[in-house]
Design a protein around this ligand. Sequence first.
Ligand SMILES: [Zn+2]
Length: 390
Amino acid sequence: MPILSGSRGLSALRSSNRRRLLELLREHGEISRADLARLTDLSSTTVSSLIAELSDEGMVTEVDRHRAARTGRTGRPGRLVQLVGGRGLVAGLDIGREQVRAAVCDLGGEVIAEQSRHIDVEAADSLQLISAFVNELVDATPDGRARIARLVVAVPGVVETGSGFVSSVWVPNWQQQAPGPVLAEATGLETFVENDADLCALGERAFGASAGLSDVLHVVVSSGIGIGMVLAGRLYRGNSGGAGELGHVQVADLGDLCLCGNRGCLETLASLEAVLTALRVVRPDVRTSADLAELVNAGDRAAIRVVTDAGAVIGKEVAALCNVLAPQAVVVGGELAGGGTHLADAVRDAVERYTKPRTASRIAVLPAELGARASLLGTVALAMEAESTA
Ligand SMILES: [Zn+2]
């Protein structure tokens, strides 16, 4: 039994309404709340509430009254709203083990160009190769040099506050060389480097499952298991950026050694690789998350079983966090989430079972909506936040 199935529906409606407003803002530039209500058939109260929400998140701003007057707008120009950053674009990068995905997005979350390239991120010259990739993408975008001011990079590891070093077994060189300044120098773009689970959390909050919520735990289960935490409306990074390493909570005293050096971490039992390894006992040809998703989607009993078991063990740890933090929602995504809602369903069952009942009854456990694009859309959300605080 899903917890709060009604709020799942509400959340989906809310995110689709937000998306419609963002589309109209992108299309019209400056527009009044009344026109937004007319064009969407939403009530003026709903539009005002969604615009207030987007404004609180730094995505939408009132048009400057004097500037609006100069451009000859009539009526009540002070009531016009626009996307923060106007026609600006953001370049987003998602650094994966096998490939680097890059996208140029506008500030309403529309992906304008998207490319993937195989780059060996462990190689000594990986940052030069990545810079060249970004420059090609910027130059291929009409007015790219004028419109793209920011590059946001999602990395599979902890980004140390201050130094910008990245602590991750997947990109070992970046523990001594901070990628941000190198990429900024080589591309001419103001560059932000963020943990990928954090960016997924921001992406889903701006454009997906947790749209508009202020207290969200976003679990990402891929090669690593991370949790992006939005608390009281802000991304929580912890001391030196070290928060969110859910995968290294110890769940088995005498379990396998983990890449971090400890033993029995959650990742040794429930990461994508751990699940694929377990499944290969009966499905020896399974190699990738796409293979797994295909089996799950086809109703393969063993595939669904290993995903559900992983969700159960992850969910128990998430339930502990729910007792401590009492979020509005837990969103479940990542490569292990493909092919159905089994992973989120198992996490929901565990949250229901191990979280204090009164707290659990107020938490919606939701499957992520943005799939592999979550972190790229998170780069847009982060760039807009940077824009609104600049
Ligand atoms: Zn570990």
